[in-house]
Design a protein around this ligand. Structure first.
Ligand SMILES: Nc1ncnc2c1ncn2[C@@H]1O[C@H](COP(=O)(O)OP(=O)(O)O)[C@@H](O)[C@H]1O
Ligand SMILES: [Mg+2]
Length: 289
């Protein structure tokens, strides 16, 4: 892959685009490996909030790593603004489930970290970090260390750190999965508020149907492995979205459709060896929340 190749058009259709992504991993005792991603293709428009929904073990984290440039696909390309990517970039920050904060740094130092790498002088770093700390409602906790924070606060700090560097796109891999359901809902509402203020392109990966419907403009559903996009549906619910939207019939209708589709994918994947695939069976119902 090259970092400069352009697709031809002056104004690319998508901010971020996956074209025919195949990814395989070696499997114990098998030289051929196991295909996890099998031709995953989609595009995300600039400023959109898109979720990728898929059963546990279908390759969501693998896909995020490919989109971030942390893993090179066996086949296919990822384009940002129409240009093929070849490596990770601060323009595509990733928020993982497990916070990824430096335990020995305070909240402020964590948020300032990427700004330092970007070369911002000290007084500017402080100013920008403070703005993002306030955006995620962490003011008052600037001097705390991660071990003094709750799970929700840690994830807020991770979000502030990811956004402070002003990335072009934010990739989120199940960022709320480790949180209790109450904290998760509050953070979902906060992330929507932040997105409405910043209008970054957000690609959220989740196995949680309600989370995907509540947050997104559009949802792509992945099959079980070997994984493809099997559904691509718009979420036409009005914005701003109040918390009570989760109980309304329009919301429930989309969520129910996705639930059925997702359950049928989990059914396909159990047991995987019956499909002649040499795969570890990883689609467990316990993954549904
Ligand atoms: N580095 C790796 N080496 C071998 N297999 C891997 C590796 N990373 C992921 N896998 C396998 O790929 C499949 C998809 O994993 P993952 O992307 O973590 O799924 P998800 O995030 O949807 O739960 C799983 O079967 C997993 O065991
Ligand atoms: Mg994962």
């Amino acid at each position: 892959m090259t970092g400069t190749q352009h697709t031809g058009s002056d104004s690319p259709r998508f901010k971020i685009e996956a074209a025919g992504i195949h990814m395989a991993f070696p499997f114990a005792g098998d030289q051929h490996g196991v295909e996890v991603l099998s031709g995953v293709s989609f595009g995300v428009a600039e400023g959109a909030f898109v979720s990728i929904l898929g059963p546990s073990g279908c390759g969501k984290t693998t896909l995020v790593k490919v989109l971030a440039g942390l893993l090179r696909p066996v086949q296919g390309v990822v384009r940002v603004d129409g240009r093929e990517i070849a490596s990770p970039s601060p323009d595509r920050t990733v928020i993982f489930q497990e916070y990824g904060l430096f335990e020995w740094k305070t909240v402020r130092e964590n948020v300032e970290f990427g700004l330092k790498a970007k070369g911002l002088p000290k007084h500017q770093r402080r100013e920008v970090a403070q703005r993002f700390i306030e955006l995620v409602h962490l003011h008052g906790s600037e001097r705390k260390y991660p071990n003094e924070l709750s799970g929700g606060m840690k994830q807020r700090a991770a979000i502030a750190r990811a956004l402070a560097v002003e990335p072009e796109c934010v990739l989120m891999d199940e960022p709320f999965a480790a949180l209790d359901s109450q904290t998760r809902q509050i953070l979902q509402e906060d992330i929507l508020e932040i997105w409405e203020k910043t209008r970054k392109t957000i690609l959220l990966v989740t196995h949680n149907v309600e989370e995907a419907v509540f947050l997104s403009d559009r949802i792509l559903m992945l099959s079980n492995i070997p994984t493809k996009v099997v559904l691509d549906i718009p979420v036409g619910l009005p914005r701003p979205r109040p918390p009570e939207l989760r109980f309304e019939s329009g919301f429930r209708k989309i969520a129910d459709r996705l639930w059925h589709a997702l359950r049928s994918e989990v059914g396909h994947g159990r047991p995987a060896d019956k499909r002649g695939l040499k795969v570890p069976v990883s689609a467990d119902e316990g993954a549904f929340t």
